[in-house]
Design a protein around this ligand. Structure first.
Ligand code: PLP
Length: 508
């Protein structure tokens, strides 16, 4: 039996209805109690007289219980990590332990102010210092900044440091090499820092093509940005050769740490000879993210880049206590106000404290096991194929192509993703990376039970069966969600944000 999260729905097009508060009140007027000064004075005179100064306003006349239930139902139109799993590849959407939330909401954390004197925020500085130390243990990179607000921001910080370093060396290197499978933010960060991007194509196995890399690396190479395992979920087994080629050409190697979940506790970035890296605390270390919610990037560097880190850097005094060091010699300056997204840092700190080294090894083990289990089972279904990595296990995620399904039945990756929503299953990432046609990128994370993994596979199997027998059902999906197929352009350009806008639309 399949289990799925069922969304509540708007009354917009029939189905299970949830009206607006105005429709719910059905003309019952709402009141607002207004006490004037005079009324209060007269009330004070005779304590028993009841003041009825209700004014009719244009509000719906609902009871408290009606309002409460209405908003509970609205909440059910949302989908969150507490509703079910997220299969979004590349995003590492883990369950967020509630204890971490509690700690970050502690008044001592919540109410501190960035302008407080250093000696009154020693605990906060200690947390930032300690997480830097823990990240150094995890990566082998000795120095960290916790300032960047997300992964992409960390990338920009990192490539700006590489740029400053190259300037200081008196060199004119203006190219950054990036594999075609990389996340779009890599290309954007390099370009924002003023570099020219040189794309490195994949070989037949979906890994960096060494010959292409050798041909591209040279005296113009400032560096390379690499993700390992890459976005296909495949470990770049030639990583040492890759870093050698880049270093040999005089460039630096930047590591996009968004996929760290696959290798936590297994291999150090320093062993891969990485110079600068970012980690996404909100992915690998389980702080909640999505819908533009807050993130935290951490940027780690080798000794050579120590003096380029953004200021301030949190340091420990030999006699005990912590302070903010603004005197970093060649700093690229500030990349964000104050000290980073502190609430997110606290959550990641708590996560690391609770799991410890052994716990982190288990994280990567189960994340990789879950991904391989789902991959194997999906590949038993008609029309679901691997383009890259056929001969080897994946790491924490994998990418399948639905090209065959599309050619045979006219059902695309987008259609399947939409139909999954009807089964109460969050869709995976679609059409990324662009080197795979009709791509579904799937990352279960270590948080999901075998039951939920099977549930996902079963939903996929049902949809492929429907593609064969009842195609229109899939092509016109979703049918069961709170809103149906959105026009993706007007959904972001002309969003409906108030009941007035909603009413205007439904009256039309
Ligand atoms: C998510 C991601 C990024 C960007 O990180 P944000 O925190 O979303 O800015 C970069 N690279 C890869 C591979 C990612 O998955």
């Amino acid at each position: 039996m399949m289990r799925g999260f069922r969304q509540a729905r708007w009354s917009y097009k029939g189905g299970v209805l949830e009206p607006t508060v105005f429709e719910l009140a059905n003309g019952r007027p709402g009141y607002y109690k207004i006490h004037t000064e005079e009324e209060i004075r007269s009330k004070a005179k005779s304590a028993l007289s009841r003041i009825d100064t209700r004014k009719e306003l244009n509000l719906p006349g609902l009871t408290e219980s009606e309002v409460s239930r209405h908003f509970s139902r609205l909440a059910e139109m949302n989908y969150g990590v507490d509703s079910g799993p997220y299969w979004l590849g590349s995003c590492t959407m883990k369950y967020n332990p509630k204890i971490n939330e509690r700690l970050s909401k502690d008044p001592h954390v919540l109410w501190i102010h960035p302008y407080q004197p250093e000696d009154t925020v020693q605990g906060a500085l200690k947390i930032i210092y300690e997480i830097g130390e823990m990240l150094s243990k995890i990566t082998g990179l000795p120095h960290f900044s916790l300032q960047p607000a997300a992964g992409a921001h960390g990338e920009l910080t990192g490539v700006l440091m590489i740029k400053a370093k190259i300037r200081d060396l008196g060199e004119r290197r203006d190219e950054v090499l990036i594999p075609e499978s990389a996340h779009g933010s890599n290309f954007a960060s390099a370009a924002m820092a003023g570099f020219k991007v040189v794309r490195i194509p994949p070989n037949e196995e979906g890994l960096v093509d060494l010959d292409a890399l050798r041909a591209a690396a040279g005296e113009k190479t400032a560096g390379m940005m690499i993700t390992n395992p890459n976005t296909l979920g495949l470990f770049e087994t030639d990583i040492l050769e890759i870093t050698d080629i880049v270093h040999g050409a005089g460039g630096y190697v930047y590591y996009d740490g968004a996929n760290l979940n696959a290798i936590l506790g297994r291999v150090l970035l320093s062993d891969m000879r990485i110079d600068v890296a970012h980690l996404n605390l909100h992915k690998t270390f389980s702080a909640p993210h999505g819908s533009g919610g807050p993130g935290a990037g951490a940027v780690g560097v080798v000794d050579e880049f120590r003096d380029y880190l953004p200021v301030p850097v949190v340091r420990k005094r030999p006699e005990g206590g912590y302070y903010l060091d603004y005197s970093v010699k060649r700093t690229i300056g500030r990349v964000r106000m104050f000290y980073g997204n502190f609430g997110v840092i606290v959550k990641a700190w708590a996560y690391l404290k609770i799991l410890g080294g052994e716990g982190l090894r288990e994280v990567s083990e189960v994340a990789v096991l879950n991904a391989n289990y789902v991959m194997k089972r999906l590949l038993e279904i008609e029309g679901i194929k691997l383009k890259f990595g056929k001969e080897r296990p994946c790491k924490h995620e994998f990418v399948v192509s639905l090209e065959e399904l599309k050619n045979k039945y006219g059902v695309s990756a987008l259609h399947v993703a939409k139909r999954l929503l009807d089964y109460g299953v969050h869709a995976p990432t679609v059409y990324f990376p662009p080197i795979v046609k009709e791509a579904l990128m799937i990352e279960p994370t270590e948080c999901e039970s075998p039951y939920d993994l099977d549930n996902f596979v079963e939903a996929m199997r049902c949809i492929v069966e429907e593609a064969r027998t009842d195609k229109t059902l899939v092509l016109s999906a979703p049918h069961e969600t709170s809103v149906d197929r959105l026009n993706e352009v007007s959904a972001s350009r002309r969003p409906i944000l108030s009941w007035r806008m909603y009413k205007e639309k439904s009256d039309r």
